[in-house]
Design a protein around this ligand. Structure first.
Ligand code: PEP
Ligand code: MG
Length: 831
């Protein structure tokens, strides 16, 4: 039987609460009190040792629930757990229930033989009867009983954070959090108010309904508890990966139905105008029947097979969607995969199959429906829309269980697709050529189908509940995805006007895309490749949207962060391929791991260094750790077999290092050769020029590499002997200091003399003021943060090469950074 411990600052209170609870259960539940401290002068407080003694007094393998009063009582209880053997501590849970009501309710539940989870759930909802009696509305539904693994195994860590992003923990941020949680061994609990979620269950995390400003208390227990909480803290600091600027507010939509002017109104979901014949689409929803089965294990195995097949399908769908709609939008299929893998869902389905002896599809379908309904009960419209994703995943698995082929309609002529609803998977597979627009009866502007339609550039109106049933196959209709208007029988004049609007919309889109994507060529015909710096395959997509013509720097260190061990060769291969594909096979330069300095990695031991920036960093560390470098080089070479990938070594400071790095590359090639793995035989190999010795020896290096990429961030700090992260010396850390400009010029000259190309991937490349100088010095590639691309391209297009050379020569005569800056500013203004 579960036992209880009452922790209070006051000894009397602790005993009083115990007495009260005990009276309800008449001594049938073991309850211990740990109150006050042994200091007669000052007896109010809590003592971890007293808590420990109380736990030990009533310890039971069925579990011990600890209830606490205020502030430090929680800390004392946590410390007490640290003194216990991990296998015992695992069975002790701290609970956020109100002390008096919680203790009484939990004791009663324990008396009935409830599990530890049930006792906690009962304790934590103990205020409900009182609230009901007082007529206070529930802020949210009572917490669903959840299976949260104990976070008490090993050292316990706690993180409090306030949800920063506008939309809160909706599917994609929740998926990111769960992804991180899944990479660590520690069990993780996330609490929001009275609700608790298993940090490894997407559904539990998302249905917490955590919104912007909500406080979350995250606890982890286990050897990597600190690391996982740090990774989650960083994710939260990154706004959970959300761009709040892009958020479409779900309430920015209009009422749907028939408007007085004869037009009909749905919800605007994806901009643009469409006119054409309607094509009715009724997706086949497989019928699920419940059957009694004898072999429950066999059903469970069937389900596991269907889950695996569905997961493979989702990986492919994500790959395709990355190409058509972008990696950001395709990330929804990451969330779908996490729903498939959700341990909480699995446990529930397995329990259902076993206890009710029913077939896999029925058990799966019921659990999916229950989960979708949990989402539908949430207050937040964005989160409610996620029910669509849960059902989409559910259908996918059911189809596999019943061996039903998915059937998306194909159209011989362009149509407006009309459906009751479209799942995100259906929407992702729509062909832009044949689907002029989409009109659905259900769905909201924030559903993933709408998000995907926007990314695909297909005009869409959703939520047109009253309208859709009236439409017949082939009927000519029109829709405006900006206003949500729908025309069910447009007359000739309307068709003409709407068709003209559609054409204008198409022309504008094309012009905007062409302008962003067009090459940057000077007025006299010199092409400058304007590329992006990225840290993940996902960034590549964003880069393409900004008009990047390639990736000039893939900072691979980000693949190595937020985890407990290095990514495998296969993982890296996938990341490089995905990035290359997202760039539509424009050139992509992968830089080998650049760690150390200001970029520590928790599982790599750099020791303690007095001067980490001058220490065991980047190529220096990698050359001493071939077990890291070799798999990375193999992955890059393999990805280069069918993509235009180039390789770049960071922080090269002498020729010996370059030779050693090339020797490991040779080893990587030879091993791939032996294993018959295709690889990029002609892959270009370059170095970053970012330390002064590389500048001074640029002529020596230029004979041995295919290109240089100047890293002005480090080059500036090393040339100026000024730490790039130290605000006190930030005046020195300026890439327009004359010494740094001279270093750039010298590097460019050496490259030109040897006939190799030279580019730049340091921050200076993204400063349009510097563009004439860099082009004038002979750089032919500039790689930068994606948002800087359009302005740099514009500057290049206004430039004449001989004028750029004049500007560069003039800059080389100037004596201070201030003079250079004001000269370049004047050039930008006056030409
Ligand atoms: C640089 O040093 O300029 C550079 C691009 O590399 P990082 O900023 O990643 O060190
Ligand atoms: Mg650098």
């Amino acid at each position: 039987m579960v036992s209880l411990v009452i922790v209070s600052h006051s000894e009397k209170l602790a005993h009083g609460v115990r007495e009260l609870a005990d009276q309800m259960v008449q001594g049938q539940v073991a309850i211990a009190a740990a109150g006050g401290i042994d200091d007669p002068e000052n007896p109010i407080g809590t003592d971890p040792m007293k808590v420990l003694a109380a736990i030990e007094q009533v310890y039971s393998d069925d579990g011990v629930l600890v209830l606490m009063d205020l502030g430090s009582a929680l800390m004392s209880a946590e410390m007490a757990l640290e003194f216990m053997a991990p296998e015992q501590a695992q069975k002790v849970r701290l609970c956020a229930a109100p002390l008096v009501e919680g203790a009484v309710a939990a004791a009663v539940q324990a008396m009935t033989g409830g599990t530890l989870d049930a006792v906690i759930a009962e304790g934590e909802s103990a205020l409900l009867p009182k609230r009901a009696q007082l007529g206070i509305e529930e802020p949210e539904a009572a917490p669903p009983p959840v299976d949260v693994p104990s976070a008490a195994d090993g050292p316990r860590e706690l993180l409090r954070l306030t949800v920063p992003n506008k939309l809160g923990l909706h599917a994609r941020p929740a998926a990111k959090l769960v992804n991180i949680a899944g990479r660590f061994d520690s069990p993780i609990e996330i609490r929001k108010g009275e609700r608790i979620a298993n940090g490894k269950s997407l559904n539990q995390v998302a249905t917490l309904g955590a919104r912007q400003g909500d406080e979350l208390i995250i606890t982890a227990g286990g050897p990597d508890a600190a690391a996982v909480l740090q990774a989650i803290r960083e994710l939260a600091e990154d706004n959970f990966g959300d761009d709040d600027e892009e958020v479409i507010q779900p309430d920015a939509v209009r009422e749907t139905g028939f408007a007085p002017d004869g037009l009909v109104q749905g919800l605007a979901a994806s901009p643009g105008v469409a006119v054409g014949p309607a094509a009715l689409y009724r997706p086949q929803i497989p019928e699920v029947e419940t059957r009694k089965v004898e072999n429950a294990t066999g059903e469970w195995v069937r389900l596991l097979e269907a889950l695996a097949a569905a997961e493979g399908e989702l990986a492919e769908l994500q790959r395709q969607t990355t190409q058509t709609a972008g990696a950001g939008e395709a990330a929804i299929f990451d969330a779908h995969t996490l729903i498939l893998e959700d341990p909480d869902l699995h446990t529930k389905v397995q329990n259902k199959i076993e206890t009710q002896q029913i077939n896999a599809e029925a058990a799966w379908f019921e659990v999916i429906e229950e989960t979708a309904q949990l989402y539908e009960q949430l207050d937040d419209a964005y989160l409610r829309a996620r029910a669509q994703d849960v059902r989409d995943v559910g259908q996918r698995v059911v189809r596999h269980l019943l061996h039903i082929e998915p059937a998306l309609p194909t159209f011989e002529r362009p149509v407006i697709l009309v459906a009751d609803d479209l799942s995100p998977s259906d929407t992702a597979q729509l062909s832009v050529e044949n689907v002029l627009g989409v009109l659905t009866a259900r769905g909201g502007s924030t559903g993933h189908s709408a998000i995907l339609a926007r990314a695909l550039g297909i005009p869409a109106v959703v939520g047109a509940l009253n309208i859709v049933p009236q439409i017949e196959d082939g009927q000519k209709i029109a829709l405006d995805g900006d206003s949500g208007q729908v025309w069910l029988a447009p007359d000739d004049d309307e068709v003409k006007a709407l068709s003209e609007r559609r054409q204008r919309w198409l022309d504008e889109r094309q012009a905007a895309q062409a302008e962003a994507k067009a090459e940057a060529v000077t007025t006299d015909g010199t092409r400058i490749e304007v590329a992006a710096n990225i840290g993940s395959p996902r960034d590549a997509e964003l880069a393409r949207e900004y008009g990047a013509e390639g990736v000039g720097l893939f900072r691979t260190e980000f693949l190595f962060m937020d985890r407990t061990d290095p990514p495998s060769e296969e993982e890296q291969l996938t990341a490089y391929r995905v990035a290359a594909e997202a760039m539509s096979d424009q050139p992509l330069i992968v830089r080998t791991l650049d760690v150390g300095g200001d970029k520590p990695i928790s599982y790599l031991d750099f020791g303690v260094e007095d001067n980490p920036f001058l220490g065991w960093r980047a190529i220096r560390y990698c050359l001493d750790h071939p077990e890291i470098l070799l798999p990375q080089l193999r992955a890059v070479l393999r990805a280069a077999a069918d993509h235009p990938i180039k390789l770049m070594f960071p922080m090269i400071s002498n020729i010996e290092e370059l030779h050693r790095a090339k020797a490991v590359l040779g080893e990587a090639r030879a091993s791939l050769e032996r294993e018959n793995h295709p690889y990029g035989v002609d892959m270009e190999v370059g170095i970053m020029v970012e330390v002064p010795s590389a500048v001074l020896g640029a002529d020596l290096f230029a004979r041995e590499v295919d290109f240089f990429s100047i890293g002005t961030n480090d080059l500036t700090q090393y040339v100026m002997a000024a730490d790039r992260g130290n605000a006190n010396v930030s005046g020195l850390v300026n890439a327009l200091q004359p010494a740094v400009v001279r270093a750039i010029a010298r590097t460019a000259e050496a490259a030109q003399a040897a006939g190799i190309w030279v580019g730049m991937c340091g921050e200076l490349a993204g400063n349009p003021l510097a563009t004439p100088l860099l082009v004038g010095l002979g750089l032919t590639e500039l790689s930068m943060n994606a948002p800087a691309i359009p302005a740099v391209k514009r500057t290049v297009r206004e430039l004449r090469l001989d004028r750029a050379r004049e500007i560069a020569q003039k800059v080389l005569t100037l004596g201070t950074a201030a003079e250079i800056e004001s000269y370049l500013a004047a050039v930008a203004e006056l030409g």
